[in-house]
Write a protein that binds this ligand. Structure first.
Ligand SMILES: [Zn+2]
Length: 138
C-alpha cells in the first residue's frame, strides 16, 4: 500500500500501479505517495495530517531497524527508545531525519515480534502527542 505524505490518502494495488505513482493523483495535492507497511498506516496518517513529510518508513525486522524518515531537520521529541540521525538525500540534497530503533540480534523471533509491536505502539503514542509541523515542504 501507499499513503500520500501530504493528504494521507491511501492507495492500494487495485487502484493503480503503485510503483509508477510518484505524485499524488488527487487534485491540487502534489504530495508524494510512499510505500508503507500496513502496520504503520495509523502512524503515517497522523503524521501526514500533522504536516510532517514522511519520506520512507519500515516497521522493522531482524537486521532492519524500525525507522521513519521525515523530510527536513526534525528536532522535536522522538519515540521511546529511538535515536535520530540526519543525512542528505542523494537526488535533491535535502536534509532527511532518520528516527530509528534497533533490536538486540540475540532475540528469539517471538521476542523480536513482541518488541516491534510494542515499538509500533510507542510510535503511535508519540505521533498522537506531536504538535503540528509549521515547516511543511521546507
Ligand atoms: Zn495527496
Amino acid at each position: 500500500m501507499k499513503i500520500c505524505n501530504k493528504c494521507a490518502a491511501v492507495f492500494r494495488n487495485e487502484i493503480c500501479t503503485l510503483s509508477e505513482m510518484t505524485i499524488c493523483p488527487l487534485e491540487y495535492c502534489y504530495g508524494e505517495p510512499i510505500i508503507i507497511d500496513e502496520i504503520m498506516y495509523e502512524i503515517c496518517t497522523i503524521l501526514a495530517n500533522k504536516q510532517y513529510r514522511i519520506m520512507y518508513c519500515k516497521s522493522g525486522d531482524r537486521n532492519i531497524p524500525t525507522f521513519i524518515h521525515i523530510g527536513g531537520r526534525y528536532t522535536g521529541e522522538i519515540p521511546k527508545g529511538f535515536r535520530i540521525k540526519y543525512f542528505k538525500d542523494g537526488e535533491s540534497g535535502d536534509i532527511i531525519s532518520d528516527l530509528y530503533k534497533t533490536y538486540n540480534i540475540g532475540l528469539s523471533s517471538t521476542e523480536l515480534k513482541k518488541k516491534i509491536l510494542r515499538t509500533i505502539l510507542d510510535m503511535f503514542k508519540w505521533a498522537e502527542n506531536l504538535d503540528y509541523n509549521d515547516n511543511w515542504w521546507m
